[in-house]
Design a protein around this ligand. Sequence first.
Ligand code: ADP
Length: 680
Amino acid sequence: MYRSTLASCLTDFPPRRMRVPASFRLSTFANATSSQANPWFWRLPAIAVICLIAGVIGFVMFTLRQDQEEQRASLLSDVLWLEQNLRFQFERNEELLGRLAQDLLQPGAVDEAALMRARQTISKDTAISQLIWFDAAQKPRGELPPRERAHSAQQQAAIASALQRARAFAKAAYCQVSNDANDMGGPVLCVAVPSYDGTQLRGFVVGIYPLQRLLSTQVAWWFSERYRLTVNDQRGHEIVSKSKVVALHPALSYEVAFDPPGNGLMLHVDTYSNGPRIVPLLFVGAVILFGVTLLWSLWMLLRHTARRHAAEQALQREYQFRRAMEDSLHTGLRARDLEGRTTYVNRAFCEMVGWSAEELIGMSSPMQYWVPEEIEATSEMHKRVLAGEISHQGFELRFRRRNGEIFDALIYEAPLMDADGTHFGWMASVLDITDRKRAEELARMQQERLEATVRLVTMGEMASTLAHELNQPLAAIWSYASGCVTGLENGMPHAQLGEAMQKVAHQSQRAGNIIRRIQNFVRRSEPRQDQVELTRVVSEAAALLESSARKRHVRITLAFPHELPGVAGDATLLEQVVVNLMRNGMDAMNDTPEGERQLRVSVSSNAEVMEVCVTDRGSGISVESAEKLYTPFFTTKSEGMGMGLNICRSIIEWHRGRLWFEPNPGGGTQFRFTLPRENP
Ligand code: ADP
């Protein structure tokens, strides 16, 4: 019974795969997402990355701004340099034209040398494309190179105005820019330089600058590479421009007055950015991308850590839960790997054997708790377990505690499987059954003692019967012995004396048999397996009860066939059964009318069993009594023990037979038992 109890305790072994209850998972995940799972220092990398990105962006913006400032400063200096350069060029040209005027405005015809110098003046260096010289009355005296078309009225007016001012201020004067269609290829600017002979005005030399030519010859190539230069009029309209810059969006502009000589002209310079600066932008983009990737991976890492933390907590709880469960068990648990090394023991097992878990883990065959005298048998079992030859029914072994005490252990072994279903060891549950075994042994001994008591009681009951039984042979012996004595005194013949002495011997043998039977019946002895003739057993039982039956007016009938095979068993015990059944039958007929008190004992056989049937005509057995008939101490008799039928059934079952009862069709009860026929 305790095996089944234990088996029910162990239905959970081997431990199944760990399953985390949903409540655990939810709660632990909530915990994991809390600050406990993400302490403040986890945020440092994110803060550092954000600072890095902000720093890089700031640095790049600062650099761009500084670039812009530098560009602006450079623009300013370049524009001022250009303006200075142009002014210087104009002043040089004014001097040149003044000297030329000396030659060109000589009275009389202009000599060839003067013309030559005039031609040389019209060059790229000066940017002058035409010279016109006037006398003091402002009449044109000559021009170089000669024009194909006359100046437009506007241009003439502009030249006239310049001549007036040159005359008025006695120095070079510049005209308004005229933008009329002319053969100069665009708007032109002219300068009128007066020439004096002492204080006497001799005339003027007018130099005409096509503005476009002026810009293209006087503005350095590198300037036009960097900037877009335009000359604007007073209203801000562009008159001419020079630039090789192809970009579209002006980044910086600067305007400087070109007056004089320009009469309200403005030099306007634009510097162009070549679109957004790719390298710093790429750099910033790369840093941002890098930072975002870093932040993302950090976030993923945090999530992963949080989940991992949650899983660890759940695992820890599950582990503690299992641990508490295992520690609360009184059953020892021991796990071993496939090589037989101990890998786990619970508290109950440690307490059972007396070694600590640290000492037990790693221990391999032969274990220290094996009984030294039984090492071979234990080792054999150990090997069978590892070979998987042990059934789940469990087996018993004896172990030795550290203090030397030996105890009986009931062991169940189950295979240990990992999550993939791989077999990686064995889990054993070990139950200390010493107390149970002791209790069993005690119960067995008590049963034996009880049986002995019953036998003694029966013997007591039988004592009077036996006294009567013995009385008969003793009386006969006394009678024969007295006859012999008298015969000897009277000289009785020897033959008659011998006959009488033989009868004495026979009666004493009979008395001895009765006593021996009593001894056998009462003595506690192991059942024997002898060849037993059932008819003889029944006859002797009947003989034993004969006088008691006579007293109680019971007629005993025996019925058996002539030839009957024997059975293997203990004749004394079987006789006890028959005696019990016959005595019960006689007891049951106490209230039966005297003439009907018949007790019939029959023996029969078939191919498999021999059967004995004891039939009485007694009171029969009620349904209530029938249920408790074989229960120890159940009796309906005032002086009964209630053990008879129980012992009878035990004896018959020990003989591999069966005992039962049926109502007798003619009234009363039939008790029957069968015994297997002896094998030939
Ligand atoms: P005891 O004879 O000491 O009472 P038993 O175990 O032999 O103990 O019998 C138990 C009871 O069974 C008896 O008290 C009796 O009531 C009932 N019993 C046994 N045999 C018979 C029978 N042949 N007829 C009627 N009742 C019987």
